[in-house]
Design a protein around this ligand. Structure first.
Ligand SMILES: [Fe+2]
Length: 205
C-alpha cells in the first residue's frame, strides 16, 4: 500500500477524533509565562515576596552559570607544574557549581518564577567579569575565579538578609546552607594555591 507523507502539523491520523501517536514536531507556540512573571502557587508567601526572591535567585543563578563555564574553561586551559591537581580541582568545583545551578533554578520554579536557563540570557544578566577568550596563566586564572566567587558571595549575603526579612525560609536555607557554604569552601581551596610556599625548604646548615 502506498504511503502518503503527512503534514508536520497533522494531529490526527485518520480524522476519527482519536489522538494521534505522532509527535507534534515543528510546533512552536507563544510564551506561556514571561520572564519576571510570577505564577500563583499556594506556598504561603505573597506574590511580592516570591517575586523579590526570584529576582535575587535568578541573578545568582546567572552568575553561577557563568562561574561554572569559567571553571570548565580553566579546567581545559590550565598549564604548568600544578596542571593535574588544578585540572581535577577545577572540574570538581565546576560539578559542584552545576549542582547549585539546579538547586537555584528549581527554587525559582518552586516560587512560581521562570529560571534563567539559556547561557546567553545568563551572560546578559551576570556581573561576573568576562575573561579573555584566550588562555591566561595559572595565577590569573585563580585570581579571576576568586573574584567571581567574591561577586557571587556578596549577592548571596544580601539575598540571605532579604529572604530573612521576608521570611522566605526555603530560599534562605538554600542560600545559607548550600550556596554560601559551598562558595566559602571553594574560595579556601583556591586561595591555598596562591600561597607561595616552597616545596622543599631552603637548606640551612
Ligand atoms: Fe574534563
Amino acid at each position: 500500500m502506498a504511503t502518503t507523507r503527512r503534514s508536520r502539523t497533522t494531529t490526527t491520523r485518520s480524522g476519527n477524533g482519536r489522538p494521534a501517536p505522532d509527535p507534534e514536531y515543528g510546533r512552536l507556540g507563544r510564551e506561556v509565562q514571561g520572564f519576571g512573571e510570577i505564577r500563583v502557587l499556594p506556598i504561603g508567601l505573597t506574590e511580592g515576596v516570591r517575586d523579590e526572591s526570584c529576582q535575587a535567585l535568578n541573578e545568582i543563578l546567572a552568575d553561577t552559570t557563568i562561574l561554572y563555564a569559567l571553571y570548565k574553561k580553566h579546567h581545559w586551559n590550565v598549564a604548568g607544574p600544578t596542571f593535574y591537581q588544578l585540572h581535577l580541582l577545577f572540574d570538581k568545583h565546576a560539578e559542584e557549581q552545576l549542582e547549585l545551578i539546579d538547586l537555584l533554578a528549581e527554587r525559582v520554579q518552586a516560587l512560581g518564577g521562570v529560571s534563567v536557563g539559556d547561557p546567553r540570557h545568563a551572560a546578559e544578566l551576570t556581573t561576573v567579569d568576562r575573561p579573555p577568550d584566550g588562555a591566561e596563566d595559572t595565577p590569573a586564572m585563580l585570581t579571576r575565579l576568586l573574584r567571581a566567587h567574591e561577586t557571587i558571595i556578596g549577592k548571596v549575603r544580601e539575598a540571605i538578609e532579604t529572604t530573612e526579612t521576608s521570611k522566605d525560609w526555603g530560599s534562605n536555607d538554600l542560600l545559607m546552607g548550600d550556596v554560601l557554604r559551598r562558595h566559602e569552601l571553594q574560595v579556601w581551596f583556591l586561595s591555598e594555591h596562591l600561597v607561595d610556599v616552597p616545596l622543599i625548604k631552603a637548606g640551612t646548615s
